[in-house]
Each structure stands twice: as C-alpha cells, then as structure tokens.
Design a protein around this ligand. Structure first.
Ligand code: SAH
Length: 221
C-alpha cells in the first residue's frame, strides 16, 4: 500500500470532494476504505488541463486516443468488488489509461501490475504516479488480454476495457481464492462481471450493465 504525496498539486476544495463521496454513498458504495481513497485521490491531475475543472463530476472524461477516464462511480464499484473477499497482495490491472484507477488501487493493495497497450497514455500515467510518489506500481506496455504471466498469479485482476469474452489467460493467472472484475460484452451491451476462482473451478457472477471502451489487440507505440 502506498500513501500519495499530494503536496503542491493544487487540491480541489474539500467540499467538492466531499460531495463526490456523498454521491458515491447514494449510489450504493459501502466500503469505507474505498470511499476514503476516492475522497483523497486528486482526480484532476489525471486529466489534461482543459478538462481538469470537470474532474469531480460523476462522468467519464476523454483522455485522448479515443479512450476515457472512467466515471468515479464505476471506479469505486469495481474496486469495492475486487476487495470484497479481503485484503489483496498482488493485483493485475489491464488498461492503465489515465492512471486514476491505478492510483486508487495502489493505496488499497500491496502491489499493482498495470498493463496498457497505448504507449503515450502509459507514459503520462507513469509520470503522474511518479509525481504522487506511488511506489508500489509496475508498468508494462503490452496487450493485456494475455495478462502478465511472469508476475502472476494474482489475487485480484481488474480490466477497465471490455473483452467480448473473458480471456482465458486472465483466469489462468488468477490465484486460488482470487477474483477477476471486468466488463464483458460488445459496443451494444456489456455486463460488469466477477469471476471467482476456487479449487474446483470458477464461479461467474453478473453484477450490472456497464459501458466501457473495448479491449483491443495489438499495441500502439
Ligand atoms: N482505468 C482507466 C480506464 C481507461 S479506458 C482510467 O480510468 O483512466 C481503458 C484503457 O484500456 C485504455 O487506456 C485502453 O488503451 C486500454 N486497453 C484497451 N485494450 C487493451 C489491451 N488489450 N491491453 C492493455 N490495455 C488495453
């Protein structure tokens, strides 16, 4: 777990951030650790300056390359689902994007391994997380649909891009007792899904509809 260094980054007012947490409570987020991290993580530094003033709205926002920083509700919800069976030591994230979800995770689990296929997005995220002095994050530029097997198995895996079918590599890299949280579906219909692995196999639960960018193959330099 890491503590972010938020000195000198011009934090938005306490009231704006408290309002964000009130909204998350209304939307059914219950995990207090997650709520606390959502209140203290500076979302505005994960956006380009022109959009930073909208950072505490409950909306997904563009980060370039046709990708989006996820809406606060879904970041909180997926994090809560990931943590539902207790503390996590090793977490794989597919789709670093802006790095906001990565920053949230880094404060709640021991180590985060984050894979992104678009190099310029990864570079920006890495720089922001370096400024925040988050030291428990490892990055990889690759197609995350194959996971990151050298660093596995993971007791938590999260994907912030939607595959049409759950990649078998992600299930393979899950430890016994581990859980995978991801949206599954195409551009018309997706479901936020949780896969739990036990000694006998996997149990899949559908949570609620979701709207994510697609998980894509190949990498962009
Ligand atoms: N958690 C991010 C979400 C970004 S959107 C945030 O809140 O900012 C999803 C991200 O997944 C995009 O950055 C996209 O480039 C990335 N992505 C899509 N397919 C991928 C793949 N196969 N491997 C790794 N990253 C992928």
């Amino acid at each position: 777990m890491t503590k972010l260094n938020i000195n000198g980054i011009g934090m938005t007012s306490q009231r704006t951030r408290d309002r964000l947490v009130e909204r998350l409570l209304d939307q059914g987020i219950k995990n207090f650790e997650v709520l606390d991290v959502m209140r203290t993580t500076p979302r505005h530094i994960f956006l380009d300056e022109a959009l930073a003033h909208r950072a505490y709205e409950d909306a997904s926002l563009p980060i370039g390359f046709q990708q989006t920083l996820s809406q606060p509700y879904i970041v909180a919800r997926m994090t809560e689902l990931l943590l539902a069976s207790g503390p996590l030591t090793r977490v794989l994230e597919v789709g670093t994007g802006s790095g906001f979800q990565t920053a949230v995770l880094a404060q709640l689990v021991d180590k985060v391994y984050s894979v992104e296929r678009i190099k310029p997005l990864q570079d920006k995220a890495r720089e922001r997380l370096r400024l925040l002095k988050a030291r428990n994050i490892h990055f990889k530029h690759a197609n995350g649909e194959f996971g990151w097997s050298e660093r596995g198995p993971y007791d938590g895996i999260i994907s912030t891009a939607a595959p049409e079918r759950i990649p078998s590599e992600l299930i393979d890299q899950l430890a016994i007792g581990g859980r995978l949280v991801l949206p599954v579906g195409d551009n018309r219909e997706q479901q936020l899904t949780v896969v739990e692995k036990n000694e006998h196999g996997v149990v899949t639960s559908i949570i609620e509809p979701a709207f994510f960018v697609p998980l894509k193959s190949g990498v962009i330099r």
